[in-house]
Design a protein around this ligand. Structure first.
Ligand code: ADP
Length: 628
């Protein structure tokens, strides 16, 4: 054994002391030795030398082993004490052991001293360790009690069987308002409202009491006030009883704050959803994170989920998405808001919407831009009204222009035949002209009179059509007959103009009887053939018909000046003419096609045309075979 022990010898005989030292050194060669042979020296050495072991002779002239033993037990009760004696009777041995000696060794078997010392030291060591362990436990227990009682977090221990509180800390006493004694006379159930007490009983039945738990409960303070708590509890053995240690965290304020926040959010949501303006919020990546009802309406979305997490690029597939996304990015990068910007987009039904939008950057507490909020109100109606107003204004201007042109035309169209009539009538009185010449004059007067009559009947017809006063006469008519009459009536006029008037017999349709108003059908033809002849300087004018879907489709084609496609609709409006200049080449009042269109509609059909400028014009109109 290398360890050094301090050994105190109580021995008056130097020789004996040497023998003792020799025996001990055999086993503990590094040991240190001191020797005393009086009481005083012994006490001083105990208090200053702190021996690890005392080896004492039993009989000494001035001091004795038993006294030394008693002193040692008083001053250093834990230090092993071995009695070495020449002879010992049983009584002495018992007395020594009773007085607390660790062992005794007879001088004639001194060889045993080494092992006795070693044994005593080992036992002493074990004893010391046990004492240390007990000390540690005591210390830990004290620490734990301190930590438990002075912990700012309320906590208690309760008996899992009886539910009685076994220990409660100061924080719990303060928080719940019960005194320590009150608590210790109560059971866990006494601080629960009825519903929670029922829950606790069920819990106890259904769960294993050894489990660790983290739960939310409602507790009742002494004042009756209810508090929400989060508890963590775990099983312990406390004073030999099965118990739970419970740590309590009052979350009443936290819960109330959460509730206030949720209510606040709900209120805000209700507000923004019911405002008639579109409101949305986007994150720093320009993705929608809030979209109110009005916004969903203009986007044509049913639910917010359809647009959340999407940028304008994904919401609008076309260039509108690119534009919106670029705007959003710019605001987030620069922090500069966009105010009152007019924007348009198309919804899922392809309808155009207009919005007056403001987009404002959103920042966090450090001023970092986290997204943007957009507010917009629809100006679609306003825009529509504006467009309608512009259209109405343009129409009014157009109508005004047409009316002026019409009046100028009319004045010309009426004055020309009237002047002729008056001029030639005056000449009838003039004796310088012979009878043959006057016959010619009369013919002029009659022709111009007829022109005038046609103009006046156009105006009359148009007025009656507009007023819904025109009545139709239904009779059975042969289509071929109408064709023949028209060819006869216009044959001469065409011939005079060097134009071939012909019937298109390519369809080979047999004669058909229709029930309609032949007078009005012919009136339409008169207008169309009249125009065809008027606007054709060479070539042909062709009339024809074919049967199609219970209807008869007439057409009047010419090889004249043709009509540009942009006028194909307009020329059917009253007063509309392709050429409205003062220097226009062809006469006319702009009523013929308008009358024709109204008449065809009245007869139950449709009118349209096909034409190639400088090539041909082909006017078509349909009439039901029978109107009855
Ligand atoms: P108008 O009295 O001017 O002929 P209409 O209503 O009959 O009035 O015709 C309107 C306009 O349509 C004409 O002024 C002319 O510009 C154009 N138009 C009608 N028929 C023809 C045609 N066969 N060829 C070329 N232009 C035509």
């Amino acid at each position: 054994m290398d360890q050094t022990y301090r050994i105190l010898l109580v021995e008056d005989e130097l020789y004996d002391a040497e023998l003792n030292i020799r025996e001990v050194k055999k086993i503990l060669p590094n040991s240190l030795f001191e020797r005393v042979d009086s009481k005083n020296a012994f006490i001083i050495m105990i208090e200053t030398y702190f021996p690890d072991i005392i080896i004492s002779d039993y009989n000494m002239p001035s001091f004795d082993g038993l006294s030394a033993l008693k002193i040692a037990r008083e001053i250093c009760p834990e230090t092993p004490f071995i009695v070495v004696t020449g002879s010992i009777n049983e009584d002495t041995a018992v007395e020594c052991m009773k007085a607390g000696a660790t062992d005794y060794v007879l001088k004639d078997s001194l060889k045993r001293l080494g092992s006795s010392v070693l044994n005593a030291l080992e036992q002493s060591k074990i004893r010391k360790e046990r004492i240390d362990a007990i000390e540690t436990i005591k210390l830990n227990e004290a620490k734990y009690r301190h930590m438990f009682h002075n912990n700012p977090q309320p906590m208690w221990i309760y008996d899992v069987k009886t539910l009685a509180f076994l220990e409660v800390n100061k924080a719990a006493v303060k928080h719940y308002g019960f005194s320590q004694d009150e608590f210790l006379s109560m059971r866990l159930i006494d601080i629960l409202p009825q519903s929670e007490a029922d829950r606790l009983m069920k819990n106890i039945e259904s769960t294993d009491y050894l489990e660790d738990k983290a739960e939310e409960w409602t507790h009742k303070k002494k004042t009756g006030e209810l508090v929400s708590v989060e508890i963590v509890s775990y099983f312990i053995i406390f004073n030999q009883r099965n118990a739970r240690h419970v740590l309590i965290n009052d979350i009443t304020e936290k819960k109330e704050a959460e509730e206030r926040m949720i209510n606040g959010r709900k209120l805000l949501r209700t507000l923004i959803d019911n405002l008639p303006v579109t409101i949305y919020v986007k994150d720093a990546e320009c993705r929608k994170i809030i979209a109110n009802r009005a916004d969903l309406n203009v986007l044509g979305a049913e639910t917010e989920a359809e647009v959340l997490g999407k940028t304008d690029l994904e919401i609008f597939s076309n260039d509108i998405g690119t534009r919106g996304y670029a705007d959003d990015k710019k605001i987030i990068e620069t922090g500069i808001p966009v105010l009152n910007q007019e924007e348009y987009f198309y919804d899922s039904n392809g309808i155009q919407h207009w919005l007056l939008t403001s987009k404002i950057p959103l920042t966090d507490e450090n001023g970092k831009i986290t997204g943007l909020v957009g507010i917009g109100h629809s100006i679609t109606e306003q825009r529509k009204m504006q467009a309608e107003l512009i259209e109405a204004k343009e129409k009014a201007e157009e109508s005004d222009r047409l009316k002026s042109a019409f009046l100028a035309n009319m004045s010309h169209e009426i004055r020309t035949p009237l002047n002729s009539i008056i001029g030639f009538s005056e000449l009838l009185d003039d004796p310088d002209f012979d009878a043959e010449q006057k016959t010619e004059f009369i013919k002029h007067i009659v022709d111009n009179g007829n022109s005038l009559l046609m103009i006046i009947s156009d105006i009359m017809d148009f007025s009656m059509l507009e007023a819904g006063q025109l009545k139709l006469r239904q009779q059975s008519i042969s289509v071929k007959k109408i064709m023949n009459e028209l060819l006869t009536e216009f044959g001469h006029k065409a011939e005079v103009r060097g134009i071939q008037l012909r019937f298109d017999d390519s369809q080979n349709d047999p004669d058909i009887l229709i029930t309609s108003d032949s007078y009005r059908i012919k009136q339409v033809f008169n207008n169309l053939i009249g125009n065809a002849l008027k606007f054709t300087s060479e070539g042909f004018v062709e009339i024809g018909y074919k049967v199609k879907d219970e209807k008869i489709e007439f057409h009047v084609k010419d090889s004249g000046i043709g009509i540009s496609p942009k006028f194909h609709q307009a020329i059917f409006e009253r007063f509309r003419q392709v050429d409205t200049t003062k220097s226009r080449k062809y006469g006319g009042n702009g009523l013929g096609l308008a009358i024709s269109k109204n008449l065809v509609q009245l007869l139950g059909g449709k009118i349209w045309l096909e034409s190639e400028p400088d090539e041909y014009s082909d006017f078509f109109f349909t009439i039901p075979i029978s109107n009855l």
